[in-house]
Ligand binder design. Sequence first.
Ligand SMILES: C[S@@+](CC[C@H](N)C(=O)[O-])C[C@H]1O[C@@H](n2cnc3c(N)ncnc32)[C@H](O)[C@@H]1O
Length: 218
Amino acid sequence: MSPSPEQTPTPLAPNERVRPYADAPRIPESNVIDPRELLGAKGAPVELEIGPGRGGFVFERLAAEPSLFFLGLEIRRKWATIVDRRLAASEHAGRGRVFAEDARSVLPRFVAGSIARAFVHFPDPWWKKRHHKRMVIGAPLLDELVRLLAPGGELFIQTDVEERAASYEALCNACPGLTPAPGGARIGENPFGARSPREKRAQADGLPIYRLLYRRDG
Ligand SMILES: C[S@@+](CC[C@H](N)C(=O)[O-])C[C@H]1O[C@@H](n2cnc3c(N)ncnc32)[C@H](O)[C@@H]1O
């Protein structure tokens, strides 16, 4: 039996079928973006996370440091949308945003010296050569982060893959403008009072975590 007209579901617009989360939050199209203005930080420090995924770190970091503002760039529209909506509905509303963007293409539009600290947690889960073009951490991104970090600003990277940690360390050591934290780039613990979802899982599974901390010269 065919459904009555009242039972017939409204067909999805072509856009909805092909592009779920078409309304994902995006960075404005302007050529120059000041993250401090974008978030309305009014002189407060702005921290950046590349690839926050499900966003646990963003919430915990905002809770740990009530004076700071936080910007996430997440390439997956679904998670950017969900986390940004959760932020807007949370006690941290107005202090944190996550935008659906490829960090590699949007960061060059950001104003120099506008970021107090940058986090990249467990990036690049790509093991096949043909996927290497998706890699986030590389010399171009590090050069961009050096430009964006305020003098004395910090870059924190962590991974559970030893070879990746070694290659990130080599890249950072070769990057002009970055200096290992006092005592050395490799640090044992995460000092930021917040953990990423992947970090929690690695700890629950008893996996080693390799952590790197660098300072922007100046
Ligand atoms: C392995 S997951 C780790 C998620 C989270 N950082 C954590 O530690 O739980 C890597 C994340 O980076 C995001 N990502 C990958 N490439 C990206 C890019 N170019 N710009 C922004 N986010 C990216 C992925 O969508 C994914 O959410």
